[in-house]
Design a protein around this ligand. Sequence first.
Ligand SMILES: *Cc1c(COP(=O)(O)O)cnc(C)c1O
Length: 378
Amino acid sequence: MAVPLLDLNAHHEPLKQEILAALEKTFRSNAFILGPDVGKLEERVAAYCQAMYGIGVTSGTDALLLALMALGVGPEDEVVTTPYSFFATAGVIVRLGAKPVLVDIDPTTYNIDPAKITSVLTDKTKAIIPVHLYGQCADMAPIMDIAKRHNLSVIEDAAQAIGSEHRDGRRACSMGTIGCLSFFPSKNLGCLGDGGMAITNDSELAERMRILRVHGSKPKYYHKVIGGNFRLDTIQAAVLNVKLNYLDGWTKRRQENAERYELLFRQSGLVERGKVRLPEAVYRSEGVKHYHIYNQFVLRVERRDALMEHLKQKGIGAEIYYPVPFHLQECFQCLGHKKGDFPESERAANETIAIPIYPELTPAQQMEVVEVITAFYG
Ligand SMILES: *Cc1c(COP(=O)(O)O)cnc(C)c1O
């Protein structure tokens, strides 16, 4: 039995009529740029994130770029972030002429290690970008403490973590200065193309981002600042207004799938034999509903590359997120790093593999995945 990494057909089929009806309504309205669909989505997503304002944008990448622009980050500035994330997290910093200052990750959560942040701060540091990788929040309490003490902004890269809750039940995007979401189709709330949103509780920053989103134009055709075209497509907002109604149910099923994997992997003996290490939901406790939203279910395994090859041959979808940490990317050689500088990120890049966790995954498919992995280790 083949098991894909993600099954968007299964995901969208039950919503097909509802989504097509929403699309037809937008089609007939001819209101293709911003408008009520985008405004409604912004309010709903901000509320879902326990925050005040949402600014719908072209992508998660542009949400990050817009956030940094609104905070005035530019040449000479330094922004602290993790070496282990999707490229955009660091790419946006460099695009604005600023310097990414990297801090290694915690080996359990794969998120930035707050204990290592203070030592890299300088008088040029403007912001910290923690990433809530795979759907679990970075350890925000100490990060916010450091930010407060050093007068820094915090941009949460929550592209993989919509609704994910920290220790006290506070949701991603509600804790930092600005939170950034992606609606890329493989994220937990995905649209039918590219989309993203910047979230904030700061009304001034919200207004600045709304202006920067339309080339810095306010009033129309008068520009006090230079922005870009960062508008979320109205068609995508219409789709997302339908899909948002189902997000909690999908998150629940991802969590149930994670629990089933835990059971199956323990039964397989692979955990005990040290072949496979399961992801840990460190905020799991009474009262924290979305302790992890499992955008990805990432194992740390022995002989990772060979396992990847084996899974491919057996028709099991798997992926490596991410094989090359930022400091070893060719385009970031200018940062002057070398192999060994961020050992936990390098280890994670070499040892981890994501297996299917999507909401529509069946118990039989999960059994198949675990059986194929068990057979590999013999
Ligand atoms: C997906 C992702 C982004 C970028 O989002 P896009 O919508 O693809 O531009 C940024 N950061 C992280 C951690 C992501 O996973």
